[in-house]
Design a binder for this molecule. Structure first.
Ligand SMILES: [Zn+2]
Length: 249
């Protein structure tokens, strides 16, 4: 059989390498060593595939992702000492209880790039190029050597809220809320793991965790979806940064 998951039109963002490698659908040659992982292609449909350095997952690489993959591969994306000092203050948002996004160490902040300020920036330290579900929509990706300045962002939620969103249980399908409030006791909820808040003119810095509330009786408004505002800046993975994820203590 000379097919791959893309040949079959299944459009996966990633697939388990161990499983897929053992199936008759596997027809990918990984011939190029990269900074981390390997690059290959399907001999039938010529889709490019990326194999991560742990040989756990494979990811299809689209044309626009390939441009970034090539840049990523040639760059050494190490944070300098000034950046590390700032990251220690900003702290990384923890991964959620399901372990999603554990391949990224995410620092939400404000950055200046090409003299433009970005208030919803995530500096992500990772061993992978921009592929997979996080990078499935075509958008501008930056690298840490593009960044002129890093600042705390007013839109970033405080550490307690970020920790709570990462650890909030799923109370019904797809709904894992954390309730927060402003100084006038206006209640809002965040769904899943969140780093930023920008709703009704209120910013992340204006919000605190709400104590007791009743989802059925209190007036709790949803927070605005800010996903499309987020820009990603990629740096190379550093084990030391794992310690900078917010923890319970
Ligand atoms: Zn194929």
């Amino acid at each position: 059989m000379d097919r791959c998951l893309q040949c079959d039109g299944q459009k996966y963002y990633s697939a388990n390498f161990e499983y897929y490698n053992g199936t008759s659908k596997f027809n990918i040659v990984f011939q190029t060593d990269l900074k981390y992982g390997k690059l290959g292609y399907c001999r039938t449909c010529k889709t490019h595939w990326y194999l991560d350095s742990d040989e756990k997952n494979i990811y299809p690489v689209t044309d626009w992702q390939m441009d970034y993959l090539e840049k990523w591969n040639t760059k050494s994306l190490i944070a300098n000492s000034k950046t590390i000092e700032l990251l220690k203050e900003i702290k990384a948002t923890p991964i959620d209880i399901a372990g999603n996004n554990k391949e990224y160490i995410d620092f939400p902040c404000k950055v200046r790039i090409n003299d433009v300020l970005h208030h919803f920036a995530i500096i992500s330290f990772q061993k992978t190029p921009p592929v997979g579900s996080r990078f499935c929509k075509q958008k501008t990706i930056y690298f840490i050597d593009d960044v002129q300045d890093i600042f705390p962002s007013d839109f970033v939620l405080n550490n307690s809220i970020r920790y709570a969103t990462a650890n909030s249980p799923e109370i019904r399908m797809g709904f894992s809320p954390t309730v927060i409030k402003d100084s006038n006791e206006n209640l809002y909820y965040l769904n899943w793991n969140q780093s930023f808040f920008d709703t009704d003119g209120l910013k992340g810095k204006d919000m605190i965790l709400s104590g007791s509330f009743d989802f059925n009786n209190n007036n709790i408004k949803p927070s605005e979806n800010i996903l499309s505002k987020i820009i990603y800046i990629i740096g190379d993975w550093n084990d030391d940064f794992l310690k900078l994820r917010i923890n319970a203590t």
